[in-house]
Design a protein around this ligand. Structure first.
Ligand code: ASP
Length: 351
């Protein structure tokens, strides 16, 4: 009798929270690139620096969403912070092309009306994600490239910088290694770059980390709108005007309220384009898959083609999902009912 009463009480205790659990009013998730990131490859200081930086970006998104701001503003605020942070391969700290330039790609998509904006190969716009948003909101186009993209960004008042603003010693060393491995000549150091040994204000390169440092964010705001945004310098030593998956809507970036998803990807762009990763995740979710299952199936599909990487996904209930085929992905999430949590290695339980 007592046992039966105890079992009944336990059942009620277990059932009540589940039945009463409300979805969060808003929810936000970010990534800072996936890749070969193992505990042995980051020093304790570097590990901490990444976690602090991810937390700052989460807090920036949270500040917008908490006060009822738009998912678009939250995504832009967090990505701009990461674009300014040389730890990530986006904006300042972007990787170099084989010709020794920083060429920046970004995209944003608004799930409410499936409007989208993208830029590729920018060299003077400080915040490529802001340029992508301006393309979406202030031009009749979806994608602008190169000089035209920078000219447009300047014309709508976005901050322009000298290309040397994006220079970091760490990425230059990465270019030297990549060109040497490919037997290609090293271009001259960019005009305006600090002399070798003068760039010590930027963090030292992680020793063994081989990763894609693209940044991205997905958000659900209090009005129920889903937005995804992504920003990158692309791949080290890229050539011939190469553009990856990030600014290709449906490959690295996609959002649709109707299908109930927002997706931002990071990985081997060529394969993510061929697998239509972001759009396919949404299609899987529209036909009933949960975000985690859809995300994992799609990164596995890209892997089957030969491309590694990871994705972050947000659904209409504010549930974030993270999936990767790499040993790590810089990532984090925060929601109206959950504190900011960040993770780096694939085996970390949360987020
Ligand atoms: N997906 C990016 C690209 O191919 C690279 C990255 O994720 O870092 O341009």
């Amino acid at each position: 009798m007592i046992l039966r009463a105890l079992i009944a009480a336990a059942a009620v205790a277990l059932a009540v929270p589940a039945a009463a659990q409300e979805p969060p009013r808003w929810s936000f998730a970010i990534h800072g690139g996936a890749g070969v990131i193992e505990r042995a490859s980051l020093s304790p200081e570097q590990d901490l620096a990444y976690r602090a930086s991810l937390t700052r970006a989460l807090e920036a998104g949270k500040a917008v969403l908490e006060r009822g701001g738009s998912a678009l503003d939250a995504v832009q605020a967090a990505i701009q912070l990461m674009e300014d942070d040389p730890l990530f391969n986006a904006g300042r700290g972007a990787v170099f092309t084989a010709a020794g330039r920083n060429e920046l790609d970004a995209a944003v998509m608004n799930g409410r009306d499936r409007t989208a904006g993208a830029v590729a190969g920018l060299t003077t716009t400080r915040h490529p994600i802001a340029a992508a948003r301006a393309v979406m909101e202030q031009s009749p186009h979806v994608m602008l490239i190169g000089e035209g993209g920078d000219t447009f960004a300047a014309s709508v008042g976005l901050e322009q910088v000298d290309p040397s603003y994006f220079f970091s010693e760490r990425r230059w060393q990465g270019l030297e290694r990549a060109l040497e491995a490919q037997g290609l000549p090293l271009p001259a150091r960019p005009a305006g770059a600090p002399a070798p040994g003068m760039a010590s204000a930027l963090p030292a390169p992680p020793l063994n980390e081989r990763k894609f440092g693209t940044v991205g964010a997905v958000a659900l705001d209090q009005s129920g709108t889903l937005v995804a945004g992504t920003s990158t310098g692309g791949m080290t030593a890229k050539r011939w005007g190469r553009v990856g998956d990030v600014p290709v809507i449906g490959a690295g970036t996609y959002a649709s309220n109707a299908e109930g998803c927002a997706v931002s990807a990071t990985g081997d762009g060529e394969f993510y384009i061929r697998a239509s990763v972001a759009r396919d995740i949404c299609a899987r979710m529209a036909t009933g898959a949960d975000a985690q299952t859809a995300a994992q199936a799609e990164v596995d599909d890209a892997l089957a083609l030969g491309g590694t990487g990871g994705v972050i996904v947000m659904d209409t209930q504010g549930r974030p999902a993270f999936a990767m085929t790499t040993s790590g992905m810089y990532r984090g999430s925060v929601a109206s009912d959950a504190p900011a949590t960040v993770a780096i290695y694939a085996d970390e339980a949360r987020p």
